[in-house]
Design a binder for this molecule. Structure first.
Ligand code: NAD
Length: 506
C-alpha cells in the first residue's frame, strides 16, 4: 500500500509542535546537501490510520560526519565535567521528561501505535527513571582498591569517547534513553540515530536536553534511513562506542563497519523466546502470561512467542487463554479500552502475514486469528495462535515481530524435551516459566540459554540487573554497572608502596 508523502520541515503531531530537523552541535539543521536522487525530507506516517505526520530531515554522510565532529569537540569538556555536575544535568533531563510526559506519550503513540495508556503510565516514567538511575549510579561507581605486596591497584572508569546510538521503532524513546542516559552519565558524548519509522520523540528529547542545560555537542541527533545516515555514522573513526538495538542482519552490517576501526559494539537483537507452561502451573496465570505477549501488537524483542505446554496442561491452558484473548479489544491505541493496537507499518504487516500464510500452507492450524483484522484492515493484525507447527519450521525458528504465537507440547515429566524445544533456535534473549514447582522451575531455568529467565512473571526489570541476549540475540550486557563498563575504558592505576613519600621528598 502506497502512503502519501508530505515534505514538511516542521510539524504539529497530536497537538505538539515537533522540530523535525537534525540537532547537531546545539543547532537545528535541515539536510542542506541532499544528493540528486534523495529528497531533503522523508515522511513519517501514523500506524493508527496511515495519516502522514511529518516531513523529517533526511540525513546522510554529511550530517553523520558533522554530528560526530560536534560530539568529538564536546567530548573533552563533558568528560572533564565533575560527576556531580553531570548527574545534576541528567536529573534536569529527567525533570524535563516528566514535565513533558503527556506530550511525549501522545507523540509516541501517534508515531509508533503502541497504547497511549502504556506510554503514559509505564514508558515515560521509565524514560525519566533511566536518566535518574544512571545519574545516581554514576556517583556510586567505584571498585575497592586492591593490594598486591603493598602496591595499591586503583580502578577508574574513563569515558571512552563519542558513542553512536542506533535504535529501532518498537520502543523508540524508551530505548533511546536506555542508551543515552548511561552514555552521558559515563562522560561520553552521543549521536542518536532513531528509526526512520519513529523519529519524533527523539527530536523532543533533543529539545529537553537543551533546556536542561547540556552543553552544545553533548547530545546530537541525526535523522534518516539506516543505509544513508546510520551506515556512515557507525563507520566514522571518531565514534568510540556503538550501541545498537535492532535486527540481526543490521547488526552484522554494523559489526563489519565497526571492524575497520575496532569500535566496540553492544548489540541488543531479536528473540524467539519460549513460555514454558508446566503441568502444575496455575492455568489462569499461564494464560495471563501468554496474552501479555500480544502487548505492543507482539512487537517486543522479549516476547515469549513460543508457548511450550506440558501435555496434560494443554486443555486447561487453552481454555483460560481463549477466555482471555477473546475479550481483548483491538483498535485505536489512544482508546483506554484497547488491548491490542496496530502494527507499525503496512509493509511490516505484509511481512507478518507472510510468515503466517507460509505456516498455514505448511500445515499449521490457527486456534485464533491467522490474518489481518477483517474490520480494521491496514496495520491491524489479529492476535494469532498457531498449533501443528514443527520445531524446525520457519514459524518456530524465525522472529515474526507481530501478534503471532505458536503452541507446542512436550510429554509429561519430560524436562529434557522441554529444554530441547526451548533452546532449539538460534536466539537466546529471554525465557518464561509458569509453574507451581519452584525447584523444578529452577532446575529447568539453569539449563535454558537466555539473558533473562522469568518464573511466574514477565517483563519485570531492574535497572541494576544485566540485560542482553545470548547467541544471536545479542552481544554484551547493559544495565547497572555493565552499562558503565561498556561506555568507558577501565583503567587500573598501580602505585608502589611509599610512592607518596618519594614525591613529597623528591
Ligand atoms: P532494524 O535493524 O531494521 O533497524 C534498527 C535501526 O538500525 C534503525 O534505526 C535503522 O535505521 C538502523 N540501521 C539500518 N541499517 C543500518 C546500517 N547499515 N547501519 C547503521 N544503522 C542502520 O530493526 P527494526 O526493524 O527497527 O527493529 C526490530 C528489531 O529490533 C527486531 O529484531 C527486535 O527484536 C529488535 N529489538 C531488540 C531489542 C533488544 O533489546 N534485544 C529491543 C527492541 C527491538
Amino acid at each position: 500500500m502506497a502512503l502519501p508523502e508530505v515534505p514538511l520541515p516542521t510539524a504539529t503531531v497530536a497537538g505538539v509542535p515537533v522540530d523535525t530537523r537534525h540537532w547537531i552541535g546545539g543547532t537545528r539543521l535541515a539536510s542542506a546537501d541532499p544528493d540528486a536522487t534523495a529528497a531533503p525530507y522523508f515522511t513519517t506516517h501514523s500506524p493508527i490510520d496511515g495519516a502522514p505526520l511529518a516531513g523529517i530531515a533526511r540525513g546522510g554522510a554529511a550530517e553523520a560526519r558533522a554530528a560526530v565532529a560536534a560530539a568529538r569537540d564536546a567530548f573533552p569538556g563533558w568528560a572533564a565535567t565533575p560527576p556531580a555536575e553531570r548527574a545534576r544535568l541528567l536529573h534536569a533531563v529527567a525533570d524535563g521528561v516528566e514535565a513533558r510526559a503527556e506530550d511525549l506519550a501522545r507523540v509516541e503513540t501517534a508515531d509508533n501505535g503502541a497504547l497511549l495508556r502504556s506510554h503514559r503510565r509505564g514508558v515515560m516514567p521509565r524514560v525519566a527513571h533511566n536518566f535518574r538511575y544512571f545519574a545516581d549510579r554514576l556517583l556510586a561507581l567505584g571498585h575497592p582498591d586492591l593490594t598486591t605486596r603493598g602496591h595499591t591497584h586503583h580502578v577508574t572508569w574513563e569515558p571512552a569517547g563519542p558513542a553512536a546510538l542506533i535504535t529501532p521503532w518498537n520502543a523508540p524513546l524508551m530505548l533511546a534513553s536506555w542508551k543515552a542516559a548511561p552514555a552521558l552519565a559515563a562522560g561520553s558524548t552521543v549521536v542518536l540515530k532513531p528509526a526512520e519509522w519513529t523519529p519524533l520523540t527523539a527530536s523532543l528529547l533533543a529539545d529537553i536536553t537543551h533546556e536542561a542545560g547540556l552543553p552544545p555537542g553533548v547530545f546530537n541527533l541525526v535523522q534518516g534511513y539506516g543505509a544513508e545516515a546510520g551506515a556512515p555514522l557507525v563507520a566514522d573513526p571518531g565514534v568510540r562506542r556503538i550501541s545498537f538495538t535492532g535486527s540481526v542482519p543490521t547488526a552484522r552490517r554494523i559489526a563489519r563497519a565497526a571492524a575497520e576501526h575496532l569500535t566496540p559494539c553492544s548489540f541488543e537483537l531479536g528473540g524467539k523466546s519460549p513460555l514454558l507452561v508446566l503441568a502444575d502451573a496455575d492455568p489462569g496465570l499461564a494464560a495471563d502470561l501468554a496474552v501479555e505477549q500480544y502487548d505492543n501488537a507482539g512487537q517486543v524483542c522479549l516476547a515469549a512467542t513460543r508457548v511450550l505446554v506440558e501435555e496434560s496442561a494443554r486443555d486447561a491452558f487453552l481454555g483460560h487463554f481463549l477466555d482471555r484473548v477473546t475479550k481483548l479489544t483491538q483498535g485505536d491505541p489512544r482508546d483506554e479500552a484497547t488491548g491490542v493496537g496496530p502494527c507499525i507499518h503496512p509493509r511490516h504487516v505484509e511481512r507478518v502475514d507472510g510468515f503466517v500464510r507460509r505456516a498455514l500452507a505448511a500445515g499449521a492450524t490457527p486456534v485464533i486469528g491467522g490474518g489481518p483484522h477483517p474490520g480494521l484492515g491496514g496495520t491491524y493484525y489479529l492476535p494469532t495462535l498457531l498449533t501443528g507447527v514443527a520445531q524446525d519450521s520457519e514459524i518456530v525458528q524465525e522472529e515474526v515481530f507481530g501478534p503471532v504465537l505458536t503452541l507446542q507440547t512436550f510429554p509429561d515429566g519430560d524436562d529434557d524435551t522441554a529444554v530441547r524445544l526451548a533452546n532449539g533456535t538460534r536466539f537466546g534473549l529471554a525465557a518464561t516459566l509458569a509453574t507451581g514447582d519452584r525447584e523444578r522451575a529452577e532446575r529447568i531455568a539453569a539449563r535454558l540459554v537466555a539473558g533473562t529467565v522469568w518464573i511466574n512473571c514477565f517483563f519485570v526489570r531492574d535497572l541494576s540487573a544485566p540485560f542482553g541476549g545470548s547467541r544471536q540475540s545479542g552481544v554484551g550486557r547493559e544495565g547497572g554497572d555493565w552499562s558503565f563498563d561498556f561506555y568507558c575504558d577501565i583503567k587500573n592505576t598501580v602505585t608502589a608502596p611509599g610512592a607518596g613519600e618519594v614525591a613529597r621528598h623528591g
